[in-house]
Design a protein around this ligand. Structure first.
Ligand SMILES: [Zn+2]
Length: 124
């Protein structure tokens, strides 16, 4: 049996839907949704409303905790590489490539490089 987890929406239990009513007969309450997986917010929220509730309540704290931008970031040739793919003119296999958004230069990628979140041409 897969492990169930709770929606992280701070007000999830306050939304009156049938699936949130849980408990023994005569002692039923609306409860936070619990599922094996969720589709919103990296699998942490049951729906967009709960995700937005969380951000409204904790978003500013989270930004301050993980680092608030205090100056503009700049897109330059050195950090303008983005991964992309297309279909070749003839064929069904995807073409993976790196595209530099400044110079428009393209460099081929393997699917493994495309899927690898740590692989980058950008300077860090
Ligand atoms: Zn929820």
């Amino acid at each position: 049996m897969s492990e169930l987890k709770y929606c992280q929406g701070p007000d999830c239990h306050t939304y009156n839907t049938q699936d949130r009513i849980k408990g023994q007969k005569g002692n039923k309450t609306y409860q936070t949704r619990r599922r094996s997986s969720f589709y919103y917010g990296n699998g942490n929220f049951c729906d967009m409303r709960c995700q937005n509730d969380w951000f409204s309540k904790y978003g500013t704290q989270a930004v301050n905790h993980f680092g608030r931008l205090t100056e503009a970031k700049h897109l330059t040739e050195e950090n303008a590489w983005v991964k992309d793919w297309n279909y070749p003119d003839h064929g069904n296999d995807r073409n993976y490539y790196y595209l530099n958004k400044i110079t428009q230069e393209q460099r081929p990628l393997t699917q493994e490089q495309y899927d690898d979140n740590n692989y980058t041409l950008n300077e860090r």
